[in-house]
Design a protein around this ligand. Structure first.
Ligand SMILES: Nc1ncnc2c1ncn2[C@@H]1O[C@H](COP(=O)(O)OP(=O)(O)OP(=O)(O)O)[C@@H](O)[C@H]1O
Length: 516
């Protein structure tokens, strides 16, 4: 088996086993366990839970026809639970910290195999079990085969899963009587169109070959930097990577709030907890040792950083030292697996005046931290060859007359979605100011003024000088607005998020319809 890969009938996660039927319910927690779907000597399905250290005997949970319930609402967070048995032998397996993609495939396999077993074989009675004398066996289930998908219930199970891959309905398996009735009504194998592709096969093959190679390298535990021009699917792939790693120890970050929002993560600065990182190293280390922050550093086994081109090289070096010190581990980056992504030909780190930006690949620790550099070459965002080649020329700074002419021809295009106009970029702040004032004047309706209220009068001057927004702003109904600060990354309220004013409260606060 390739490192990092499990067959679809097996997952590695945290398992809490609760025995619900006993007079005094008990609970056993296995922090790192294998859960394997298999068959016993009667070909009936069994879930086997094994402590990954191998220190204890495996625990088997038979999946009998009348007593299996699956709870799948939180699969996207790597959590699910299975209730098996009934009466005095009822147990519940609470699965957590499982890579969501693997968990989804595992649950789909379980549903399909369960339905196929239910419809394809006769139940084994308790009497047969007791009298059989067969030696106990456990065989891992084979991968899902087309024959598993031939029966009506299986197709229905598959449709359920495909339609609601993450949200949970509870699966209660129907009793045998109903299945028979369906078969008697003529729902025979030959009448049912076979399902050609399994949903998770589709989702796997949705990655291009080069994207799949990057994912494989990540799952093999390597520290990796991957790049590619705009639209080659870097963020798309990062989302797949996040879904393929254990949620509790994976931190998805990006240099900006907008990029963090795209991958459902947080900013690198918020994760690191060392402020701007400009303070001397010993102070940064002290900041990172604060209890909540330290816990994050210790928990983190996989650190994802998107839009690396905007991360300052010195900041990266500081993080590297902080990681080693806080985690008390001398391996590069304190032994955290780094998955870094971005395009160094896009935006550079912020630098002062005429100072040259200090890129991350220029950091002292970059070489020792990164094992593998990979490049995505196939643009996924658009297919028009001329447009792709035009964008590539701009990316490389090769603006020929032809490229300039083509771009200039688009200068007056109005691109709009949900009433929100595309952002116009200007080279100078004065031009931004002029454009904004002009656009506001063009709107009908009364302007409303909003004055900044600063809690500390001593800092008013400094704030006015530093803040990207003036102390008085004028708005009208229909005015285009943009957040200039990360308010709540998880809600999409990030620096750069766009919106349009759709109303005012009586005391003057504005309502904004927004688009991240
Ligand atoms: N394997 C794929 N199959 C289908 N669509 C894909 C695939 N990879 C990427 N895409 C789509 O291509 C578009 C561009 O992808 P994405 O935004 O991830 O690119 P990017 O490299 O991060 O771009 P940028 O550098 O501009 O941020 C998105 O709409 C994404 O959904």
């Amino acid at each position: 088996m390739q490192p990092g890969f499990q067959p679809d009938g097996q997952i590695r996660c945290t398992v809490a086993v609760e025995h619900l039927g006993a007079a005094v319910p008990s609970r056993v927690l296995l922090r790192d366990a294998w859960v394997t779907l298999g068959r016993d000597e009667f070909r009936e399905l069994v879930l086997q839970v094994t402590n990954s250290s191998g220190s204890e005997a495996p625990r088997n949970f038979p999946l009998r026809r009348d007593g299996v319930r699956l709870f799948t609402r939180f699969v996207k967070d790597g959590k699910s639970s299975v209730r098996v048995g009934s009466g005095a032998i009822q147990a519940q397996l609470l699965l957590s910290n499982c890579p969501p993609d693997q968990l989804r495939r595992f649950i789909q396999t379980l549903r399909i195999k369960f339905k196929a077993t239910l419809e394809g074989s006769r139940p084994v009675t308790e009497r047969t079990r007791l009298l059989s004398g067969l030696p106990r066996t456990f065989d891992t289930v084979s991968p899902v085969q087309p024959r598993d998908l031939q029966l009506g219930g299986v197709r229905r199970a598959l449709t359920d899963v495909a339609a609601t891959p993450t949200k949970g309905q509870t699966l209660r398996c129907e009793p045998r009587k109903r299945v028979r009735a369906e078969l008697e009504e003529g729902k025979q194998v030959t009448e049912i169109q076979p399902v050609k592709k399994l949903p998770w096969l589709c989702s796997r093959s949705a990655l291009t070959q080069e994207q799949a190679m990057v994912l494989n390298a990540v799952l093999s535990g390597k520290n990796i930097f991957f790049t590619g021009s705009a639209g080659t699917g870097k963020s798309y792939l990062l989302k797949k990577i996040v879904a393929s790693l254990p949620p509790n120890s994976t931190y998805a970050t990006a240099s900006t709030g907008v990029a963090a929002c795209q991958i459902g993560g947080t900013t690198l600065h918020a994760f690191a907890g060392i402020g701007s990182g400009k303070a001397p190293l010993h102070q940064c280390i002290e900041l990172a040792k604060r209890s909540g922050v330290r816990l994050q550093w210790l928990n983190c086994h996989h650190l994802i950083i998107d839009e690396i081109s905007m991360v300052d090289g010195e900041f990266f070096d500081k993080l590297e030292e902080v990681a080693r010190t806080v985690r008390k581990c001398e391996n590069p980056f304190g032994g955290i697996q780094l998955i870094i992504c971005g395009d160094f030909l896009q935006l550079p780190p912020v630098s002062k005046g005429t100072e040259q930006p200090n890129f991350c690949f220029q950091a002292k620790s970059w070489q020792k931290c990164i094992h593998l550099n990979m490049e995505l070459t196939k643009v996924q965002r658009q297919t028009e060859k001329d447009f792709i080649s035009l964008l590539d020329s701009v990316r490389r700074g090769r603006c020929t007359d032809e490229v300039t002419k083509q771009l200039a021809a688009t200068a007056t295009h109005m691109v709009e979605r949900d009433g929100i106009l595309a952002t116009r970029l200007c080279t100078h702040k004065e031009d931004v100011e002029l454009t904004n004032v002009k656009r506001l004047r063009e709107l009908s309706g009364e302007p409303r003024s909003f004055k900044a209220v600063d809690s500390d009068p001593m800092l008013v001057k400094t704030l006015d000088a530093q803040c990207p927004v003036s102390s008085i702003i004028e708005l009208k109904l229909g005015a285009q607005v943009m957040l200039t600060k990360n308010l709540d990354v998880s809600q999409g309220l990030v620096n750069g998020a766009r919106g349009v004013v759709i109303g005012f409260e009586t005391e003057g606060k504005g309502y904004v319809s927004r688009l991240c």
